[in-house]
Design a protein around this ligand. Structure first.
Ligand SMILES: C[S@@+](CC[C@H](N)C(=O)[O-])C[C@H]1O[C@@H](n2cnc3c(N)ncnc32)[C@H](O)[C@@H]1O
Length: 264
């Protein structure tokens, strides 16, 4: 392995225990379900890549705006959140049930810490949690078929998640998950792009003990996930430019996001 190109000072050491993707992101978003070592890792990344915590908050705000749009304006009642992470209210089921009282939300993650927090947090039949690897699409779809009416639209959300996977892997599982979905179903994704700040942030974060590496994607790579779909206005844009509201923070451009719909 070559010499690191950036300073990793301030990261926790292996004896402090492992940093998890879910807890790291929860700490970066200002959540409370994380350990000292996760907060230490966030501080080390923020020091080398200032703005990463604003980027994390911005991604959460984007998630909230997109599901609110889907429930309030597109009439979507079914939501599958892949790589849900730790709860951070208001979560999807809180938001969409304001507009669709009969909504159904399924959260999916494979981290045991997420399982511990999310299973106690659910509000059935409005929301439920599946502890599985999202690449196991047969299991994910079996749960979706049990809880959803797949003749009606479903929204898939991948919020700050796809950077954990290669392009081949991500296209394969997203394609498989979209296959049985009805016209009008939506694909939402938010993703960091390779700016100097993000490249540094990914490098420092990935050096933390136990960290699941995360890679940015180019705008062209992100566009490819929406092939054959109609992009909801304003398209694939910096997160804070997607239908901003009074809670939207304007940050350095680090993340892009979009919502696509399966045409009728
Ligand atoms: C950076 S966090 C994002 C959390 C949340 N979506 C958000 O926007 O705040 C990435 C999440 O993906 C989850 N994850 C990573 N690989 C996964 C996999 N193969 N299957 C299911 N979840 C996975 C992690 O456990 C983590 O909770």
């Amino acid at each position: 392995m070559g010499e690191p190109t950036v300073d990793h000072a301030g990261l926790p050491s292996a004896t402090d225990g492992e940093v998890s993707s879910a807890r790291f992101w929860n700490a970066a978003q200002g959540g409370k379900d994380n350990y000292e070592r996760d907060r230490q890792a966030v501080e080390a990344v923020e020091k080398m890549a200032p703005g990463i915590t604003a980027d994390a908050r911005s991604a959460r705000q984007f998630l909230r705006r997109t599901v609110r749009w889907a429930a309030a304006e597109a009439g979507v009642t079914q939501y599958l959140d892949l790589g849900a992470g730790l709860p951070l209210a208001p979560d999807i089921h809180h938001i969409v049930s304001r507009h669709q009282p009969d909504a159904r939300v399924l959260y999916v993650d494979s981290d045991p810490v997420v399982l511990a927090h999310q299973s106690a947090y659910q509000d059935p039949p409005l929301s439920g949690y599946i502890d599985t690897d999202m690449r196991d699409t047969d299991t994910v779809l079996a749960h979706a078929a049990e809880r959803f009416d797949l003749t009606q639209p479903v929204m898939l959300t991948f919020s700050s998640v796809l950077g954990h996977f290669s392009d081949d892997e991500a296209h394969a599982f997203i394609g498989r998950l979209l296959e049985p979905l009805a016209p009008g179903s939506c694909l939402m994704l938010s993703h960091d792009i390779p700016t100097p700040t993000i490249i540094t942030a990914c490098e420092v974060y990935s050096a933390a003990p136990g960290a699941l590496p995360y890679q940015p994607r180019t705008i062209e790579q992100l566009q490819a996930f929406f092939e054959g779909m109609d992009l909801v206005e304003p398209g694939l844009v910096p997160l804070f430019e997607w239908r901003p509201d009074e809670a939207t923070e304007v940050t350095e451009v680090m993340g892009y996001g979009a919502v696509g719909r399966i045409p009728a």
